[in-house]
Design a protein around this ligand. Structure first.
Ligand code: ZN
Ligand code: ZN
Length: 174
């Protein structure tokens, strides 16, 4: 931020270098007076914008440097919250899961792909490649939901009712 036309300076000061953008800057001139000299001496940035950006950058840098720590802390914090009020968090979990199920059926169909059964309480996400137990073990049930939701994979997942799921399993196992 240079190039502002300035009249004769009543209190000449050394220019400073903005700690964010590296530009040099000087004491601000207002309508009738100059920026307070102590304010100018304490100021580290050429402008409000650079000051704001510097704050954001510090937060980003801090986060990058302490990512794992912050994640751990958050995890612990969530755990302690769950511990304090398990019923509330079970409720939140149930709600989130119900919402995911709803999105799944929107993606993979609201009825059983084999028999057309449509009562959602007995509909499930079926692994067409029969690797369901493996996937669930790898990433948990919610993880499977998230994978199925992240991308439409009709060759891998379909909606089946519990009955058809059960019959399918017997066919495979027996
Ligand atoms: Zn600057
Ligand atoms: Zn069915």
């Amino acid at each position: 931020m240079t190039g502002h036309k300035q009249g004769p300076d009543p209190a000449p000061t050394e220019p400073k270098i903005c700690e964010h953008c590296g530009e040099s800057y000087n004491r601000k001139r207002f309508e009738s007076k100059m920026e307070d000299i102590r304010h100018y001496k304490n100021r580290r940035y050429c402008s409000r914008v650079c000051a704001d950006e510097a704050v954001k950058k510090r937060a980003r840098d801090f986060y990058d440097a302490h990512k794992d720590e912050i994640r751990d802390k958050k995890k612990h914090y969530m755990k302690s919250l769950r511990h304090k009020d398990p019923e509330r968090y079970r409720k939140i979990g149930r709600k989130a899961k119900a919402k995911e199920r709803e999105s799944l059926f929107e993606m993979y169909g609201h009825v059983c792909a084999v028999c057309g059964f449509s009562d959602k309480r007995a509909l499930t996400l079926d692994h067409r490649k029969n690797n369901g137990s493996h996937e669930r073990k790898e990433m948990g049930e919610r993880g499977v939901y998230r994978r199925a939701l992240a991308e439409y994979r009709p060759d891998e997942y379909q909606t089946l009712c519990m009955n058809c799921q059960f019959i399918k399993r017997i066919r495979i196992d027996g």
